[in-house]
Design a protein around this ligand. Sequence first.
Ligand code: HEM
Length: 219
Amino acid sequence: MNGLNKFLSQRWVKAPVWLLCLTPLGLLGWNALHDGLGANPIEFITHATGDWTLRFLVITLAVTPLRQLLGLPALIRYRRLLGLFAFFYGVLHFTTYIWLDKFFDLAEMWKDVAIRRYITVGFAAFVLMIPLAVTSTVGWIRRLGGRRWQLLHRAIYVSAICGVVHYWWLVKSDVRQPLLYAFLVGILLLWRAGAWLVDRHSRGNAPGVRREMPTAESA
Ligand code: HEM
């Protein structure tokens, strides 16, 4: 894995990762231009952007476990990028809803948020992502301090859970897809809890051991 780690540490690798992350949007654009959005284009776009928001949330949460399990510390260089793409697709998803579905009728939107529970929880998932995106910069790590920044950024777990519940509540009968996401988010949460326990135990045994703090690289 040393070679792969070296590869991932190179600056230029971020460019193809960007391209890869933009591919779902590119495919949507291609489908839009080639009559490929089906009978209900708004529904198609809502579903595609919702799917990619949740996928990027899960991928972002998987970065830390994967870098430790696979011995690829360089993966951390991609976490902020992936998290911001989760937010980007979340913005597209929300924009599709408020623009193409509700025609910017805010009263109608609030009614939906208040009445339809899957919209309420989806809205919560989205709102939670906003402070995370805003504070994703190195300047904000400095301003908040590493520990407070980390605490705030744990909200990504709550956002992912709300995203899964949102999906679960909106499907009519076949819950296989939301179940898969629930399983993945559950595993990642358990891993997090386990790492926290191990960390607490080792710090208890060796008071000098410091926690890993976010840096310019990992922001
Ligand atoms: C982090 C935030 C969010 C995530 C992860 C998310 C995820 C998803 C997913 C996975 C789907 C289903 C896609 C499919 O069936 O293939 C979906 C559908 C949908 N979402 Fe979201 N969503 C989020 C926020 C929101 C918000 C803020 C709204 C509106 C206020 C919203 C409105 C909808 C609607 C209207 C649908 C289509 C429901 C239907 O099938 O009739 N979502 N979303």
